[in-house]
Design a protein around this ligand. Structure first.
Ligand code: GDP
Ligand code: IMO
Ligand code: MG
Length: 451
C-alpha cells in the first residue's frame, strides 16, 4: 500500500519527522514534487539531519526516489549524498529520467526576477533555488530532463537553443550585465554553454556510474506489485500549492496529494487506496510574502507572542535561515486542505511549543464582507480581506514531553487534548500522531497508517 504525507499549511509543518516516524514500515520513500527549496528535518537519537532532496527515508536506510514531478539540482543532490555518506548513512537514491533539471541560469533568473519585483507587492520571497524558472521551462517544453544529462551530444544541442534565450531574457528584459567587464563571474558562467555542458555531463556520468536513474512509474509499480510499502513524501504545503494555494505567493508545483500520482507515474487509484496523512503545525509559520489573516503582528502583545513562539519553535527557515512569520492556527485553511487532499488521518505537531501560554487561539472562521466563511476564498485578494473569528482555548503547561510520548495520548495535558480534538472534529479526520518535540521518540502515536 501507499501512504502519502502532505503539508496542510505553508510548509515546514514537520513532514520530514513524520516520514521518519511512519517510514519504518516503508520500503521506498518517493518525493513527487519540488526540489531543493524543501528542508525536511529528521532527528534520530539526538542527531539532526536536514534534507532538501534526498528523501527523508534515507535516515532509516530506505530506498529513495525523486519522481518525475521533482526538479533536481544535481549539484545539491550529490553534495547532500556525499555529506550523508560522511555522516555514516548509505543513501540509495534513484532519480526519474523524466525529472527536470535545475540549471545555473534558473537560479540566477529566480534572483533577478525577485529583485525586479522587490519594490512591489509581487515579490514572492522565494528560496532562490531556481524552482519557478525550472518549472516554467518544463511547461514551456524547453526544459532539460535527467535523461538528457546521460547524452552529452543531445545535451549540447539543447543547451545551445535554450541558453541563448535565457541570456537574452537576462540582458534585454531585465537589463542585467551577463558578461561585460563588470559582470559578476558567477552570473556569467550561468549563461556559458561550455561551462554548463562540462559540469552537467559530469553529473550525468556520475548518475550513470552509480546507476541512479530510473523510470520512476515502472520502478514503483514493480515494487508495489511485489507487495512492498511505498511512502510519498510531499514537500511544501497546500496553501503554497500552485493551484490550491494563495497565488502568486506560492511555489511552482503541486504539493497536494493528487500530484503523488502525476509526479511519480503511479496511478491515482493506487494513491487513493492508500492513506493520505495531513501534517499540521499547531500554529502557523510562513517564510515569504503573502497574506496571513491570523498572523501575530500589529501590536506589542502580538509581536511578543510571535517572538516567543518563534524562539520556542526555532522558527527560522531550514533552507534560507530567514525568521518565519508566525500566526494562530487557521481552521479555514485546514478545511480547505482536508478537502483538496482527502486526508484520511492527521499528524499534529509542535503542541509542546505552545505550552506555557495562558491561552491559545485559533481562527475558527473568517468574516468576509459581512459574511462568515469557513474555508479559503479562491482569490488571494479576498483572503487578504478576511478577518479571522478567533476562538480561545485554555493553555496547557510545559511538561516532560518525552514521558508523555512514552505514556501515550492520555498523558497529553487535558487542555491540549481539547485543542487537538477540536481540530480533528472540525476536519472530521482522526489524529494518527501528535508531535511533542523534534525527536523521533517525541511523538505520541495513536495509529500507524501502514497497519
Ligand atoms: P518540514 O519541512 O515539514 O519537514 O519541516 P521542517 O523540518 O522545515 O521544520 C520543522 C521543524 O520543527 C524541524 O526543526 C523539526 O525538527 C521540528 N519539529 C517537528 N515536529 C516537532 C514538534 O512536534 N515539536 C517541536 N518542538 N519541534 C518539532
Ligand atoms: P518544505 O518542504 C516553507 C516558499 C518560499 C516562498 C514560496 C516560493 O521544507 O516545507 P520557491 O523557492 O519554492 O519558488 O518559493 O514558497 N517555500 C517554502 N516554505 N517550506 C518549504 O518547503 C518551502 N518551499 C518553498 O518561502 O514563499
Ligand atoms: Mg521545511
Amino acid at each position: 500500500m501507499t501512504v502519502t504525507i502532505v503539508g496542510s499549511q505553508l510548509g515546514d509543518e514537520g513532514k520530514g519527522g513524520v516520514v521518519d516516524l511512519f517510514g519504518d514500515a516503508a520500503d521506498v520513500v518517493a518525493r513527487y514534487q519540488g526540489g531543493d527549496n524543501a528542508g525536511h528535518t529528521v532527528v534520530e537519537g539526538g542527531t539532526e539531519y536536514k534534507l532538501s532532496l534526498v528523501p527523508s527515508g534515507a535516515v532509516r536506510d530506505k530506498v529513495g526516489v525523486l519522481g518525475n514531478g521533482c526538479v533536481v539540482n544535481p549539484a545539491t543532490l550529490f553534495e547532500e549524498i556525499d555529506d550523508l555518506r560522511d555522516r555514516g548513512l548509505a543513501p540509495d537514491v534513484r532519480v526519474a529520467e523524466r525529472a527536470h533539471v535545475i540549471l545555473p541560469y534558473h537560479r540566477v533568473l529566480d534572483g533577478i526576477e525577485e529583485e525586479a519585483k522587490s519594490d512591489s507587492d509581487m515579490k514572492v520571497g522565494t528560496t532562490g533555488r531556481g524552482i519557478g524558472p525550472t518549472y516554467e521551462d518544463k511547461v514551456g517544453r524547453r526544459g532539460l530532463r535527467i535523461a538528457d544529462l546521460l547524452d552529452p551530444e543531445g545535451l549540447r544541442e539543447k543547451l545551445e537553443y535554450v541558453v541563448a534565450q535565457k541570456r537574452a531574457l537576462a540582458e534585454d528584459v531585465f537589463g542585467v550585465d551577463v558578461d561585460g567587464p563588470d559582470a559578476d563571474e558567477e552570473i556569467g558562467s550561468a549563461f556559458d554553454v561550455d561551462a554548463i555542458h562540462e559540469e552537467y555531463s559530469e553529473y550525468g556520468r556520475r548518475l550513470r556510474e552509480e546507476d541512479m536513474t530510473v523510470n520512476a512509474g515502472a520502478f514503483l509499480a514493480d515494487r508495489i506489485e511485489r507487495g512492498e510499502e511505498v511512502m510519498f513524501e510531499g514537500a511544501q504545503g497546500t496553501s503554497i500549492d500552485i493551484d490550491h494555494g494563495n497565488y502568486p505567493y506560492v511555489t511552482s508545483s503541486n504539493p497536494t496529494a493528487g500530484y503523488a500520482a502525476t509526479g511519480t507515474g503511479v496511478g491515482p487509484t493506487t494513491v487513493g487506496r492508500g492513506e493520505v496523512v495531513g501534517i499540521v503545525k499547531a500554529y502557523l509559520s510562513r517564510v515569504g510574502s503573502g497574506p496571513l489573516p491570523t498572523e501575530l503582528k500589529g501590536d506589542d502583545e502580538s509581536e511578543e507572542l510571535a517572538e516567543y513562539i518563534r524562539e520556542e519553535g526555532g522558527e527560522y527557515g531550514t533552507v534560507t535561515g530567514r525568521p518565519r512569520r508566525v500566526g494562530w492556527l487557521d481552521i479555514p485553511m485546514l478545511r480547505h486542505a482536508a478537502r483538496a487532499n482527502g486526508f484520511t488521518g492527521l499528524a499534529i505537531n509542535h503542541i509542546d511549543v505552545l505550552a506555557g501560554l495562558d491561552e491559545v487561539k485559533v481562527g475558527h472562521s473568517y468574516d468576509l464582507d459581512g459574511e462568515e466563511v469557513f474555508t479559503l476564498p479562491a482569490t488571494t485578494e479576498q483572503w487578504a480581506d478576511c478577518e479571522p473569528n478567533l476562538r480561545r482555548f485554555d493553555g496547557w503547561s510545559d511538561v516532560d514531553w518525552a514521558a508523555v510520548a512514552e505514556e501515550g495520548y492520555d498523558a497529553v495535558p487535558e487542555n491540549a487534548r481539547a485543542y487537538l480534538e477540536y481540530v480533528s472534529d472540525e476536519l472530521d479526520t482522526d489524529i494518527y500522531a501528535v508531535g511533542v518535540g523534534p525527536g523521533r521518540e517525541e511523538t505520541v502515536v495513536l495509529e500507524d497508517p501502514f497497519e
